[in-house]
Ligand binder design. Structure first.
Ligand code: PLP
Length: 424
């Protein structure tokens, strides 16, 4: 294997030998620890993407690393043709952690979403009595749920969709954060589920009105329709509570006692569920829903493997033991307060929005402009890594193990760069 000694060499190799399905910032990372990343040349950065919120626990968390190493020397994969001695304890742990009867473990987020769609359809036919092949699932405009052919079928991002048809049918699209539109769509008796992100991360951290998910759940329940929360990005303490559906609560348990909590009928988790060490995703639901799945009807060779299961358990323990939800909540408030002042001061920054440590600054330029990209390049030069999403929006989502001093230092860097662009 060729050793990489310069960023330009690494970029050249990726360009020549890899499919061009991403457009990364020109930074080649070689090491990570906590909130920091280092490039090949040894330059240190604050990470403000956290691998799209997969490393909430910080890079190379020592406890998760030790679990991975230990389990890797004991047993990694058996397939589900046999039982293994980690799966049961993991299933007990994660269902108690989030307050559901059962879990179905998969690997990637998109697989989790596919799993939820399949369970919802099957539930619709077998429990709700929808006529075969007629089930419909409501989704929101500007959603992001992954990259499979079915999932991109109900995306409205042309880049994600175009020339990948024919598309999977059975989806109804409504505007996000609009309960009336949801109520109208729910008039269709063939609707079995509403699949929604409690905050739309990829779309640009669109944060809906306070009681959107609570009201959505109410109107869905009235029509015997399942509310499926995709918390792959918002879950695991990112938004200042264990889950975004917990609402205004930073308790470290599942929040059933809290008035602000809305229990979805199905919960999809991925990304930070394993702290960035290993792909693990999960769909959680209670028995009357999950029990529609019988042997042979769904699965995955790696899903529920002992290595992933062990890693995920430790990653979830870390979230509780280190009070990451509380930290995300407190630092998020500091971040938005400082960014709010910045937005008032510099015309180039239009607004800041978000929850916990999932935030975005909207740049005052067109979606087609390169301003946000150019700002991210300058941020990188100043030691902070963030990436534009949808042209003029920059998402800021550091690992949740950040300290108060560090978040202030990062706000200084962002302000400094924004001031530079404001003068241009
Ligand atoms: C990242 C993401 C997915 C897809 O997860 P993958 O692991 O990339 O397949 C699905 N939904 C949401 C909300 C996400 O942020």
């Amino acid at each position: 294997m060729q050793t990489i000694t310069s960023s330009s060499k690494a970029i050249e190799l990726e360009d020549k030998y890899g499919a061009h399905n991403y457009h990364p910032l020109p930074v080649v990372l070689a090491k990570g620890e906590g909130v920091f990343l280092w490039d090949v040349e040894g330059k240190k950065y604050y990470d403000f993407l956290s691998a799209y919120s997969a490393v909430n626990q910080g890079h190379c968390h020592p406890r998760i690393k030790n679990t991975l190493i230990e389990q890797a020397g004991i047993l990694t994969l058996t397939s589900r043709a046999f039982h293994n001695d980690v799966l049961g304890p993991f299933e007990k742990y994660i269902t108690e952690y989030f307050g559901f009867d059962k879990v179905l473990p998969m690997n990637t987020g998109a697989e989790g979403v596919e799993t939820a769609i399949k369970i919802a359809r099957k539930w619709g036919y077998e429990k709700k009595g929808v006529e075969e092949n007629m089930a419909k699932i409501i989704v929101a405009e500007n959603n992001f749920h992954g990259r499979t052919t079915t999932i991109i079928s109900f995306s409205n991002d042309e880049n994600a969709r175009k020339n990948f048809g024919p598309y999977t049918g059975g989806f109804l699209k409504i505007p996000y954060d609009n309960v009336e539109a949801l109520e109208n769509a729910l008039q269709d008796p063939n609707v079995v589920a509403f699949l929604v992100e409690p905050i739309q991360g990829e779309a640009g951290v669109y944060t809906p009105s306070e009681n959107y998910i609570k009201k959505a759940k109410e109107v869905c329940s009235e029509k015997n329709v399942l509310l499926i929360a995709d918390e792959i990005q918002t879950g695991i303490a990112r938004t200042g509570s264990l889950l975004a559906v917990c609402g205004n609560c930073s308790c470290q348990g599942h929040c059933e006692q809290q008035a602000s909590y809305t229990k979805p009928d199905m919960l999809i988790l991925g990304k930070a569920i394993s702290g960035g060490f290993y792909p693990v995703s999960a769909v959680l639901a209670d028995n009357e829903i999950m029990n529609v799945i019988k042997p042979g009807q769904h699965g995955s060779t790696f899903g529920g493997n002992p290595l992933g299961a062990k890693v995920a358990m430790t990653a979830l323990e870390v979230v509780k033991d280190e009070n990451l939800a509380k930290n995300a909540r407190e630092l998020g408030e500091i971040f938005r307060e400082r960014m709010g002042k910045m937005v008032e001061r510099y015309a180039i920054a239009k607004l800041v929005r978000g929850k916990g440590l999932l935030n975005a600054v909207v740049i005052n330029d067109t979606e087609e402009s390169t301003t946000a990209w150019d700002i991210c390049i300058r941020l990188a030069e100043n030691g902070l890594l963030a990436k534009p999403t949808h042209g003029n929006i920059i998402r800021f989502a550091p690992p949740l193990v950040m300290t108060e001093d560090q978040i202030h230092e990062c706000c200084d860097i962002i302000e400094h760069v924004i001031a530079e662009f404001d003068n241009k």
